[in-house]
Design a protein around this ligand. Sequence first.
Ligand code: SF4
Length: 481
Amino acid sequence: MSFDIDKALQLLEQEVQNYQVPVVDLIAVQTHDPFKVLVATILSARTRDEVTAQAAARLFAKAPTPQALALLDEKTLQQLIFPVGFYKNKARYLTALPEVLEKQFSFQVPDEIEQLTSLPGVGRKTANLVRAQGFGKPAICVDTHVHRIMNIWGYVQTTNPLQTEMALREKLPEHYWIRVNSLLVAFGQGTCRPVGPHCDRCVLDTLCPRIGVTPRKLKLAKTKKQAGIKRLISWNVNGLRAVAKNGFVDIVRDLAPDILALQEIKALPEQLPESVREMAGFTSYFHSAQRKGYSGVAIYSREPAKKVYHGIGEQRFDEEGRVLTLEFGDFYLVNCYFPNSRHDLSRLELKQEFNCAVHKFVDDLARDKSVVICGDFNVAHTEIDLANPAANTKNAGFTPEERKWLDSYIEEGWIDTFRQYNQEPGQYSWWSYRSNARERNIGWRIDYFFVDSASKTRIVGADILADILGSDHCPVTLDFK
Ligand code: SF4
């Protein structure tokens, strides 16, 4: 059955009304200026829209025209547009742009694809976007979202964006050409995401054949809940007050955990909004650091704990708010934020001491009943647990000492639950905020759920929810019976 493109695009028109407008469209609508659309499009490649918007605003304040741009040197341009992705290359293109525009086009941005692609830093995708958004002329800008989603729908069967553009030129009605990029970029960023598309809440649910798609699985299936299986989630939120302003309660509602363990809450309970401090449906437990705005862990549990342990009984660690343990009828949950050994490794020794203290703490608990230990361990275990192992062998989080400690943990029988289900590289839970690391999946797997060896048969599933945003870490899950 062929895909109903008219219906799909009509539905998306309604759907994306509440989505963020892609930055280049916004600049086109606000300025009606092909030069600004061209420059914003060059800046936007491999860069988040918020970063592009800020860099474009700084640049246009100094250089609203090609003539003004010609007065800025490359170094100044680098400073103005930083931190957009590949800012040095882009500054070089922008330095060369005014001269080419002057010599070949009398300082006017051209509107033909072949002319546009003769400009520095302008490829076919940029040229199509400038022609469509800057001039309102028919052109199909095929970026990664358009290419990907058109293939998911089976509307085209292509292997690269150029093939997709050519196929769409053949079959997509021309009145959709200009609009389709904006629609699918917004939709691809918001719902039909590259990793774990949100099919569970997609308006195209009944239309879409989902070719080659692995949808996200957020909630535990009802049958598993009925079988008494619990969904445990661990997430380093890197500031609970900040994530609270960005839909934390909605995210938790979507994820529907039975127990949610948070690290780096960086807050005292009284500093949190009531909706977060006492989240509906949960009993909440906090162990904040004495130092304000630092470290701290929390647990939300649907079932109240029998007993709560704050820390591990060593003041120098406990005052940093790093370990919170809940005791339930048949298991302990230990939520732990392991120290970072720092860039200069000045905290490596302390971290090793902390690791050993926690190790002893959980070994003691495991003599009594099952133990689940989760949190930000601040160490990638093996070479497949980070994107650039060779470059990081002497760096915090991948030093031989830290990895050896994790080895000893595993040698004793503690189980890295995620690796029970997934042996693939490229599965990360933390990405630097710099250099578009998350978009490029240059990350580390440093958040874990471990379970003691005697409880292996209680592990039902484990996953990484890489598409959940809000922190530089993403949540990791354990299904436990
Ligand atoms: S159903 Fe899933 S794959 Fe299809 S368009 Fe929606 S989010 Fe994308």
